[in-house]
Design a protein around this ligand. Sequence first.
Ligand code: SF4
Length: 328
Amino acid sequence: MTVKIGIPRGLWFYDYYPLWKTFYESLGAEVIVSDITNKVILDQGVRNTVDEACLPVKIFHGHVLNLKDRVDYIFVPKMMSVYKNEYICPKFCGLPEMVQHSIPNLPPLIDTEINFNKSRKSLMKTVFSFGSYVTKNPIKIRNAYLKALEEYYQYKEHMKNGYIPINGIYEEKEQIPHINYRRRIAVIGHTYHIYDSYGSMNLIKKLKQQAIDVVIPEMIDMKTINDLANSLEKKMFWSYGRKILGAALHYTENKEIDGIIYISSFGCGIDSVIEDIFERWSRRSGMPFLLLTIDEHTGEAGVNTRLEAFIDMIDWRSSNEGNLSTHG
Ligand code: SF4
């Protein structure tokens, strides 16, 4: 019988989905992804998570519930580190335990630990552990892993070339026809926040509808991001933080854009540090900057108003020599 593996459309999904999908499908499993985030998923996530959790973690719980009764396993790895000497947010590390304690009667979780701070040998052990839920054949698992890596590198290349993974739908091509953009804005933040259309209140679509070209951190190669992140006074140990700051520095220094929008999560410790650095940079560089802090109570009308005001400010500055605050 075919093993059904459920992958929740949240958190690391936006970074690694093609890798895990290819891996499990190559092993003969059926991969089922939870629905695109909607009000029911959000409400259920909020009801089944501790109040202190950030919005992306609450949404993730909603996605687990969405899969609960239709799969044999739910994929919730324990992600400690994805780059050497760096760490992911503590909420990723404790995610399997958090999910298990918050939601009763779940199918078994695939909760293998991912930790790139361990040796290469241990990485292969990790891969075999993930594969063992479908087969015990190590050659099959190794081949599936190599195929999955290839798919993952292609996905990253695709994004570098301009593809924006809205809702993580790999096959989806640009929905809005290419038009002559009047401005270019960098949208920066955690992947699971900016590419989740519901969680981001359709920010990218709204910008494109106003003839704004959107650039994202994934369009910059990791070496550039790392070099820039290394130039910071203090080392940033959180992988997401490094990427966000490196990308913001790149876009600010290259003056390729008219402004930066940073989507942050209320209650996120990493975001509170980054927001502060961003605000200082934007004052120093004169780069228009809008911070949107979102949680489950944020009203879309308020976000729309701030967005319109920000775009108006950019337009106004370009014709009035920039004598306006850069800080939206
Ligand atoms: S980094 Fe922030 S937004 Fe992401 S899971 Fe951790 S607390 Fe939540």
